[in-house]
Design a binder for this molecule. Sequence first.
Ligand code: 5GP
Length: 115
Amino acid sequence: MSETLFTKIVKREIPADIVYETDNVLAFRDISPQAPVHILIIPKEEIESVRNMTGAEHGKLLGEMIDAANEIAKQEGIFEDGFRLVFNAGAKAGQAVFHLHMHLLGGRVMKWPPG
Ligand code: 5GP
């Protein structure tokens, strides 16, 4: 199976502005930011969508992604003001890249409901 766009970023085969990395998780700036801070937090492992995850199998990994989000929010100076975490699951929800990613958005006032 061909590797995903985000696996190519993990392998440094295509460039990205990487802001955080552990053994299991990578985070980099979105190429088309929707807020002053817009970072994608991904597992290095190829998981298609949050729909393919279970707490039993992936709970630790999800916890590491939340740790990453909190740490990056502090690095970016948006931890106290607030930020938004988003998973788009499936095409109708706006998922375009089928390698799991959590959007970290902040640096401006967020509207609700989202579009
Ligand atoms: P989705 O719509 O699947 O939830 O989010 C995919 C995100 O990946 C989009 O916000 C899009 O701007 C971002 N993206 C797509 N291609 C690239 C790329 O090559 N590099 C980076 N850094 N972000 C990308």
